[in-house]
Design a protein around this ligand. Sequence first.
Ligand SMILES: [Zn+2]
Length: 236
Amino acid sequence: MPTQSPPYLANHLLAAMPRSAAKKMCAALAPVRLVYGQVLYEPLAPIRYVYFPIDCLVSLLTAVDRERSLEVGMVGNEGMVGMPMVLGIGVSAVRALVQGSGSALRLSATQFRNEFAKSPPLQQALFRYTHLLMAQVSQTAACNRFHDAEARLARWLLMTADRLHADEFRLTHEFLAHMLGVRRVGVTMAASDLERKKLISYSRGNIHILSRRRLEAASCSCYRIVRDLQDKTHAA
Ligand SMILES: [Zn+2]
């Protein structure tokens, strides 16, 4: 019988911990399935669980007013959803919205506090990830201010593909407009441009990346800056 690797190894943050420390946490980690559109946290609401994504994708959104919100961060299997808990804060500042269905490992807030207090390897992994997420959020702030919709869309598609480990995923223009903070027509134009250049194909809500290399060239520099920092941080 082939031996299957334990699910926690599919989350890079947990996999980066010494094996013995990660194994000790295993009993507390509950597998859950998260579905597209599910809201994990609302701003100012208590955090009941933290999540370590396996193959799902979670967007962190900041509300501007009742109608509008903007994506400020994205979490996949490189990280954890629930970062305020690392800083001892039990309330979320952002909305956490599942934008790619898939599985995750979950800990209750109480379990997380216990595990975090007694595990220096978990603390170290989460401090490292806090740094990376802050860098991603800062870069996204600059990106939203300086880069055009097409370059931002290309960056967003690459970041999504990296985290879902897939070059094909489902998305609507309306959803993308919310993520990128542009009008729906702006998303349609940007997507059409990328399609005309044969970097992606889009049909019935299905986006397919045709050339990663060329999509990276069409993306703004923000994609590469965050990737490089990630590589350097892991190598440090
Ligand atoms: Zn940018």
